[in-house]
Design a protein around this ligand. Structure first.
Ligand code: 3PG
Length: 213
């Protein structure tokens, strides 16, 4: 099963300043959440494979919210990549990088933002053809100083720092030349999803879209 490539990893990163890291426990939340994010200006949605409902949520968003681009997050194996593609994910995000995840995504034609936190991981992902990478966990693994240090040896790589990023520190990350966008869960708070507070999520998305790059 191959994904009809409709988007590249670079386009996923360029679309908005923030990629929301979404955790969905209930399939009924998938459509209103996706619509709220789209209304706030965010189309690239990373639905993490951290719940049993995640794949079905991706499938529902892919079918029912065509303005959104549903991707799968927390891809940790080739099987995760295959299941994500089958569910209709248009891109994948992984918390780390392994050759088997990279190969599965290449074979499926699923654009991947591989997670990296060290120079060796960046080199391995680059060797396998990936130049748009997720820096995870960004704040915990060195934050701004790490990204600045990577500008020399890895000047051609664009990063999406994720982990510990929020509205307050996002501008500093987005100001760096090697940062294309950031990722974060702050625009999709679990309590807002549980309460069905879609207008709050739309407001958080709109606010995030105003961040300068
Ligand atoms: C991720 O999986 O990318 C992180 O859990 C997101 O980190 P955050 O919750 O600190 O935004």
């Amino acid at each position: 099963m191959a994904v009809t490539p409709s988007i590249s990893a670079a386009e996923v990163m360029r679309d908005a300043p923030v990629i929301p890291v979404i955790v969905l426990h209930d399939t009924k939340d998938a459509v209103p959440l996706a619509r709220a994010l789209v209304a706030g200006g965010i189309r690239m949605l990373e639905v993490t494979l951290r719940t049993r409902e995640a794949l079905e949520c991706i499938e529902i968003i892919a079918k029912e919210v065509p303005e959104a681009v549903a991707g799968a997050g927390t891809i940790r194996s080739a099987a995760d990549a295959q299941a994500s593609a089958l569910a209709g994910a248009k891109f994948g995000v992984s918390p780390g990088y392994t050759r088997s995840v990279g190969k599965a995504c290449h074979d499926l034609g699923l654009p991947l933002l591989p997670g990296v936190a060290t120079g060796s991981e960046i080199m391995m992902a680059q060797e396998d053809g990936f130049t748009e990478l997720k820096f995870f966990p960004a704040v915990q693994a060195g934050g701004l100083a790490m990204l600045k240090a990577w500008q020399g040896p890895f000047g051609e790589v664009k990063f999406c720092p994720t982990g510990g990023v929020h509205l307050g520190n996002a501008p500093e990350f987005l100001a760096l030349p090697n940062v294309a966008c950031v990722g974060g869960s702050w625009i999709v708070p679990v309590e807002a999803i549980a309460a069905g507070d879609w207008s709050r999520i739309e407001t958080l998305a709109r606010e995030a879209c105003q961040l300068a790059r």
